[in-house]
Design a protein around this ligand. Structure first.
Ligand code: KIV
Length: 274
């Protein structure tokens, strides 16, 4: 069983030998530890934490401090998976200097790479970060930080012109040094074309089966998030029902004075587990 972290160069090697890459999001140490044990190649500290952890309407209000806080926790909890931290809205768009300073903070907290949304407009930032040794994952297709511009979370690159632009953005990101590219909510045939067009691995979410890897929001695939879940998500568990059921049983037992049992005193509790 491997004990060292997956590395950025290994992402490319996996594509070269045809090994699919499995990525999940994580936001805290406990979940990171569990998903790491499950064998994921990478944990993405996604700014989706704004919605699934912080209860926000979108990712737009997530701050660098939020990302630092959660990145720290995920790094502490994991030992094997590559940790990639999302750069939140307004931390890389205003200037390359901002991008360097803010990406650097996430790397100093233990992330091995950062993820940036967009194509042409962010190429300078990507190039500069890669130049100074900060690996960058690109993100094309549906860009949640641009939800106000798009007007909702709808499929992207659905016309030939949009598909062509996305393919040329992917090539440009590869040239700028991105080590991998997330493709979100685009037609499967466009994702397949991009995947063939670049040597770096594509990681799909709602982009069909032909990407080099897949990423899902862990709260969605575990059935924990009870807000909007996109139709392409497969729920591998239904933890929301488990949590509600356990909470109900606990409440009943406390009300009926069944928990804690009389025989057990506080002094008996084994705190060494913590
Ligand atoms: O923030 C996030 O979780 C993401 C994934 C959906 C790719 O960017």
């Amino acid at each position: 069983m491997r004990t060292s972290r997956v590395t950025v160069p290994e992402f490319r090697e996996k594509k070269a030998r045809g090994e699919r890459i499995a990525v999940l999001t994580a936001y805290d140490a406990t979940m990171a530890r569990l998903l790491d044990r499950g064998g994921v190649d990478a944990l993405l500290v996604g700014d989706s934490l704004g919605m699934v952890v912080m209860g926000l309407e979108s990712t737009v209000a997530v701050t660098l401090d939020d990302m630092i806080h959660h990145t720290r926790a995920v790094v502490r909890g994991s030992s094997r998976a590559l940790v990639i931290a999302d750069m939140p809205f307004l931390t890389y768009q205003a200037s390359t200097a901002d991008a360097v300073r803010n990406a650097g903070r996430l790397i100093q907290e233990g992330a091995s790479a950062v993820k940036i949304e967009g194509g042409q407009p962010v190429l300078d930032a990507v190039e500069r970060l890669v130049d100074i040794g900060i690996p960058v994952m690109g993100h094309l297709g549906l860009l949640p930080q641009s939800v106000n511009q798009i007007g909702g979370y709808r499929k992207q690159a659905t016309t030939p012109a949009e598909a062509d632009r996305l393919i040329s953005d992917a090539r440009a990101l590869e040239r700028a040094g991105a080590f991998s590219i997330v493709l979100e909510s685009i037609p499967a045939d466009v994702a397949a074309t991009v995947t063939k067009a670049v040597k770096v691995p594509t990681i799909g979410i709602g982009a069909g089966p032909d990407c080099d890897g897949q990423v899902l929001v862990s709260y969605d695939m575990l059935g924990l998030f009870d807000g909007f879940v996109p139709s392409f998500v497969k729920q591998y568990a239904n933890l929301a029902d488990e949590v509600v059921g356990a909470a109900r049983t606990y409440v009943d037992e406390v009300k009926q004075q069944q928990f804690p049992p009389r025989a057990e005193s506080v002094a008996d509790v084994d705190r060494s587990r913590r």
